[in-house]
Design a protein around this ligand. Structure first.
Ligand SMILES: NC(=O)c1ccc[n+]([C@@H]2O[C@H](COP(=O)([O-])OP(=O)(O)OC[C@H]3O[C@@H](n4cnc5c(N)ncnc54)[C@H](O)[C@@H]3O)[C@@H](O)[C@H]2O)c1
Length: 259
């Protein structure tokens, strides 16, 4: 089990699903955590119950990022881990909407999933460089198997998650070239039983069973399974892992589509 004792982590999208499971896992592993979410009521209640701090944040608001990072540093004295987990879907294929609605949906999902992740990396790196004892940290960005096998029904989500993979590698290699002990890796979840899928099921009945069947395990991931991979990459267990990706997809992308 990864040891996060003494580490300080910031987890976005903490009110639900993978973010909530990550806060739970980090606290269990000994970390002190600041969770953030758009949803202040749910986020604050969850963090309070788990012994974590909470700050309301829209990850797409770039001015808010340095404030949130400063809040973690003020509370705990340093920042060791950032998990860029907050995300949303747009549920629009390339020709599904009129121009006004399509570009609004595209701009929104890119702002949250991609620009929010980039802004988080920037703010976290600034804080991690200033850590007592020298620059050190781990960033974990959350992509999606739709970055590899995109959804025809959601061009913005798929494209934003594909871009997160390249963003993570660029951040990882920039930090390495700068001589900073700040790693950046990506977790690529497959279908995971969270609010995002429950909401999509309402729009597309039968979706949950269909995506569960894409894994040869024939089930969805539990968010705690994704959180376990995040905790490993956030820990110091493998300092040589940076610019890497971990698939947590129940082998959904490992099987020939005919089987
Ligand atoms: N559930 C899946 O099957 C699945 C698969 C692949 C990737 N993912 C990714 O995992 C991450 C977590 O998703 P989840 O499944 O736990 O979804 P979820 O809907 O259960 O949780 C997402 C959380 O992010 C918050 N959020 C949304 N927009 C925000 C914003 N602008 N600023 C701050 N917080 C915001 C929501 O309030 C919510 O609490 C997302 O990046 C998602 O794309 C999920």
């Amino acid at each position: 089990m990864p040891d996060l004792a003494g580490k300080v982590g910031l987890v976005t999208g903490c009110a639900s699903g993978i973010g909530a499971a990550t806060v739970r896992r980090f606290v269990a592993d000994g970390a002190r955590v600041l969770g953030t979410d758009l949803d202040a009521a749910r986020g604050a209640a969850l963090c309070e119950a788990l012994g974590a701090r909470f700050a309301q944040q829209d990850v797409a608001d770039r001015a808010r990022w340095p404030q949130v990072v400063a809040q973690a540093v003020e509370a705990f004295g340093r920042l060791d881990i950032l998990v860029n987990n907050a995300g949303m879907v747009s549920q629009a294929g390339i020709g599904d909407l009129d121009d006004e609605a399509m570009f609004a949906a595209w701009d929104k999902v890119l702002a949250v999933n991609l620009t929010g992740t980039m802004a988080g990396c920037r703010a976290a790196i600034a804080a991690m460089r200033a850590n007592p004892g020298g620059a050190k940290g781990a960033i974990v960005n959350i992509a999606s198997t739709t970055a590899i096998a995109p959804l025809p029904t959601d061009v913005g989500y798929s494209a934003s998650k594909a871009a997160v993979r390249a963003l993570s590698k660029s951040v990882a290699t920039w930090c390495a070239k700068q001589g900073l002990a700040i790693r950046c890796n990506t977790v690529i979840p497959g279908a995971t039983h969270t609010g995002i899928l429950d909401a999509a099921e309402v729009q597309m009945p039968g979706l949950i069973a269909a995506v569960a069947a894409t894994s040869p395990l024939n089930r969805l991931a539990d968010p705690s399974e994704t959180a376990a991979a995040i905790a490993f990459l956030a820990s110091d267990d493998c300092p040589f892992m940076t610019g890497a990706e971990m698939l947590v997809d129940g082998a959904a992308l490992s099987i020939h589509p005919g089987f």
